[in-house]
Design a protein around this ligand. Structure first.
Ligand SMILES: Nc1ncnc2c1ncn2[C@@H]1O[C@H](COP(=O)(O)OP(=O)(O)O)[C@@H](O)[C@H]1O
Ligand SMILES: [Mg+2]
Length: 247
């Protein structure tokens, strides 16, 4: 039977299935294993790319900005009179630079896949959400008291990365005021949810069978598949967005 086109963003593996249509005759379990294996390779390649980016950003931008900061401090000392226009511009530039250096440091540590080597998932989520709230003004409530580690590393990295992308989407698209992130046990499985109170969108996509969801949503789907989790995104205009991961 021919594959039906991806029409809905609610179907976890729709785009992967389309690309993997040559696997169609295999039994379901075997096919799912192959798809998950494929997703794991894609996720690993992306993590490696993020690691490389973090290293370059740290080594090139981080080092140069630190040098610029030193030069500016020397220049600031050379400016006579603390209240002159030049001194005010200089102080403003130094403050901007300090902020930029701090953001780059944050971006580097969020990019690194080893973030979970040095912190538990709960600590990493807590840190990320606190910084996100500070930067965006969006309130994030974390309700993870029921979360029972340890879970496999690929599951924990998946939860962190999906949360990062979902929060990023809240800041970029949702115009949300609050986000609630929660974990609960449902029918012997773990359920992780991210809900925002923003403007929502049409999660079923358009009727155009060639229309694809954005890269961010595809990446979240692929990450979930790689960790053998079920991914669901529910949204409609005016009703916020809910992401559910069952694993
Ligand atoms: N939380 C959200 N609230 C409102 N719209 C969203 C949300 N998440 C995603 N969207 C919509 O779905 C589209 C696809 O999202 P995504 O795949 O992450 O791509 P990108 O963020 O690069 O646009 C977004 O452009 C936006 O229109
Ligand atoms: Mg996005």
């Amino acid at each position: 039977m021919p594959e039906s086109p991806a029409r809905s963003r609610l179907d976890p593996a729709s785009h992967l299935r389309r690309r993997a249509s040559d696997f169609a005759p295999l039994p379901d379990r075997e096919r799912l294993d192959l798809l998950a294996e494929r997703a794991r390779h894609a996720v690993a390649a992306r993590e490696e790319e993020r690691r490389r980016l973090a290293a370059e950003l740290h080594d090139v931008a981080g080092t140069n900005l630190a040098a610029i900061k030193l030069n500016l401090s020397a220049l600031a000392r050379a400016i006579p009179g603390a209240a002159t226009q030049e001194a005010l511009w200089m102080a403003d530039t130094q403050a901007l630079l300090t902020e930029t250096i701090a953001s780059i440091r944050e971006i580097c540590s969020a990019l690194r896949p080893t973030v979970l080597d040095h912190a538990t998932l709960l600590e990493a989520l807590q840190t990320h959400c606190t910084r996100f709230s500070r930067r965006t003004g969006i309130e994030v409530e974390l309700d993870l008291a029921q979360y029972d580690p340890p879970r496999p590393p690929e599951v924990e990295l998946m939860l962190l990365r999906v949360t990062q992308e979902a929060l990023w989407n809240c800041a970029k698209h949702a115009d949300a005021r609050r986000v609630r992130i929660a974990f609960e046990h449902v029918g012997g499985r773990g359920r992780f949810t991210i809900r925002d109170d923003g403007r929502g969108f049409d999660a079923h996509g358009s009727d155009d069978p060639d229309a694809m969801p954005g890269i961010g949503i595809l990446n979240m789907q692929e990450r979930a598949l790689s960790a053998e989790a079920l991914f669901l995104i529910e949204s409609s205009p005016g009703n916020g967005t809910l992401i559910t991961l069952d694993f």
